[in-house]
Ligand binder design. Structure first.
Ligand code: PLP
Length: 364
């Protein structure tokens, strides 16, 4: 291919695999020789249903999702899951425990407070969310409705390396920014959810993986569209789903399979992150990371440049050199390189080289 691609380090929506975009482009106007775009078809048509069911089946296989789980394709983003989870599973008599590891966990907790009692299972806010708490620090009760964690903290650049074991208590995880970046033991979780727009496809579809026995225990006196059972009973076709996004998700899953599956992807993600972290660690403090080394994310690499003037210059020159999306989140500033699955190693190597070169030219 001759398409010139940007070095895209956007945090979300973010890079998609070139191969997927090109295939979608080829199929865009005339899908499967129907004379229609997939987007123009009924969601009840055979052609669309095949795409839909194939995406569900592929996600189950690729992520090793056990048979006692449902895969749902919803709308409203991960943000609506912040609401749906307590709406379905918290009651005024029960408590939900949240581990606070960044802004997204705070937002999830804020919604839960509308539906019942909440508790902090742990928080690393005092350390400016530089780290993930140790498993021993996490406190919850056997009677909790669930324990909620954020597996990867997109803004602060931290990631859980090991997940807590919660026994009879349901473990819920927001995996929006690292789903499919590594193998996960899904059976540890009652619910996993993720907005698609980082590792899974374009924005507009939200993946929810939910253990079937939970569906029977969910609250029933809630709006139809916000009930998990509505969508589980209808194979996520209760109403019109985001058909194009689900098609793209299916194509991204095929791409991950072709890359060798999750173990291979994890290895590539480790190599990609390493070249950038090495540029930080070998800079003698010219660059410094936000996250503590043991909590570093392989998906969002957050760092600062030694002084503010130079940081501005770094971001401006990086932009000029064709690197996209390196500004840190507006709430924390600094720099952030998001190295999701679709970001190629070459882009990470190019950024690392640029960092070394910039340091050489600007070190006082
Ligand atoms: N959770 C995490 C960890 C995120 O990174 C994001 C978005 O960046 C969200 C939730 C919100 O997702 P959405 O925009 O799909 O509502």
């Amino acid at each position: 291919t001759t398409t010139k691609r940007a070095y895209n380090f956007n945090a979300g929506p973010s890079a998609l695999p070139l191969e997927v975009l090109e295939k979608a482009q080829q199929e865009l106007v005339n899908f499967n020789n129907t004379g229609m775009a997939l987007m123009e078809m009924s969601h009840r048509s055979k052609d669309y249903e095949a795409v839909h069911n194939d995406a569900v089946a592929r996600l189950k296989a690729l992520f090793s999702i056990p048979d006692n789980y449902e895969v749902l394709f919803l709308q409203g983003g991960a943000s609506l899951q912040f609401t749906m989870i307590p709406m379905n599973f918290l009651t005024p008599e029960t408590t939900a425990s949240y581990v606070l590891t960044g802004s997204w966990s705070e937002k999830a907790l804020k919604e839960a407070k509308l539906f019942g009692q909440t508790a902090q299972a742990a928080s690393t806010k005092e350390n400016n969310y530089r780290n993930i708490p140790s498993l021993e620090e996490i406190k919850f009760n056997d009677t909790d409705a669930y324990v909620h964690i954020t597996s990867n903290n997109t803004i602060y650049g931290t990631q859980w390396k090991e997940f807590p074991t919660t026994g009879e208590v349901t473990l819920v995880a927001d995996m929006s920014s690292d789903i499919l970046s590594r193998p996960v033991d899904v059976s540890k979780f009652g619910i996993i959810y993720a907005g698609a727009q980082k590792n899974l496809g374009p924005s507009g579809v939200t993946v929810v993986i939910i253990r079937k026995d939970l569906l029977e225990k969910a609250n029933t006196n809630i709006p139809t569209m916000l009930k998990y059972t509505t969508h589980a009973d209808a194979n996520s076709l209760y109403n019109t789903p985001p058909t194009f996004g689900i098609y793209m998700l299916g194509e991204v899953l095929k791409w991950v399979e072709n890359k060798g599956g999750l173990e291979a992807i994890e290895k590539q993600n480790e190599e990609k992150a390493k070249v950038i972290y090495d540029a930080i660690d070998n800079s003698n403090g010219f660059y410094y990371g936000h996250a503590t080394p043991e909590s570093r994310s392989l998906m969002n690499i957050t760092f600062r440049v030694t002084d503010e003037e130079l940081e501005k210059k770094f971001l401006a020159e990086a932009k000029e050199a064709g690197f996209v999306g390196l500004n840190g989140h507006r709430s924390v500033g600094g720099c952030r390189a998001s190295t999701y699955n679709a970001v190629p190693f070459e882009a990470c190597q190019a950024l690392a080289n640029f960092m070394v070169e910039f340091q050489k030219n600007n070190q006082k």
